[in-house]
Design a protein around this ligand. Structure first.
Ligand code: FPP
Length: 251
């Protein structure tokens, strides 16, 4: 089946506004070819480009990619260093493409824990692209959802103590304003590659009602058609948000 026909089947009126992706399987992809894990990460960049382009072409408004988790710091030093420099060089190289395609870059996670060089490169790209409006590409870097939720709770506690907020402010919408993702819509679709069926501390609050899609494909093998397939699968599902099927049909 050609990519065109898959893409044509997508109902643009029912496109998810926000897609979140756990890019998994780079290490296994490399190992299968007798190469070092870092080779997999390098080839993962092509998939990042493909999926970003495909999402923008369709009209998806937000794409969040889990590029580095808080737990990833525990990997061997050479892999962490290689990933960090790959991130810096990729962001540096891709910023003109982001500009050309009117894509805004954002980051979530413990950005202050990244090497300074990364922070600067990231900040530069974020500032340069801040007025772009076609799609927002969110990189989750040194991100962990429990960390994010705790940060939000601490911030609320601090503001409460200072008298800046009251009991009435302890509602979902006010709490969300303290999360890293404030201002972004909730992801309707979460994709994880490489056959693992876990959330791995990714957007735990934000994924509460998301449809989860798992594919056996390893991240470096992901191409535009694979995103189209995931979206088609999402569009075949019925999202009930706790209601019954009948209630939805009557609406
Ligand atoms: C998971 O595969 C992948 C990562 C931890 C890193 C993802 C990073 C990239 C694709 C590099 C570029 C990204 C951007 C946004 C510029 P794994 O190493 O856990 O694979 P495994 O499960 O097979 O070991």
């Amino acid at each position: 089946m050609s990519s065109l026909s898959l893409k044509d089947k997508i109902d643009l009126a029912k496109l998810p506004k926000h897609i979140a992706v756990i890019m998994d399987g780079n290490g296994r992809w490399a190992k299968k070819q007798g190469k070092l894990r870092v080779f997999g990460h390098k080839n993962g960049v092509l998939a990042v480009r493909e999926i970003t382009e495909a999402a923008a072409e369709l009209g998806v408004k937000y794409l969040t990619l889990y590029a580095f988790s808080k737990e990833n710091w525990n990997r061997p030093k050479y892999e962490v260093d290689a990933l960090m420099s790959l991130l810096v060089s990729t962001i540096g190289k891709e910023v003109t493409t982001l500009q050309k395609n009117n894509i805004r870059l954002k980051a979530i996670g413990d950005i202050a824990s990244l090497p300074l060089k990364n922070q600067r490169e990231l900040e530069k790209a974020i500032t340069l692209t801040k007025n772009n409006s076609r799609m927002t590409l969110v990189l989750a870097l040194s991100y962990g959802s429990r960390w994010e939720i705790l940060q939000a709770a601490k911030s609320m506690a601090h503001k409460y103590k200072e008298g800046l907020i009251s009991d009435d402010d302890f509602v979902e919408s006010r709490f969300e304003a303290e999360l890293n993702t404030t201002g972004f819509p909730e992801p309707e679709l979460m994709i994880r590659t490489s056959g693992e069926k876990r959330i791995s501390n990714f957007l735990l609050w934000q994924l509460a009602y998301a449809e989860l899609y798992f594919t056996e494909k390893l991240w470096p093998d992901m191409r535009k058609e694979d995103l189209f397939e995931a979206i088609l699968d999402y569009q075949r599902r019925e999202r009930r948000f706790g209601k019954t099927s009948e209630q939805l049909q009557n609406n």
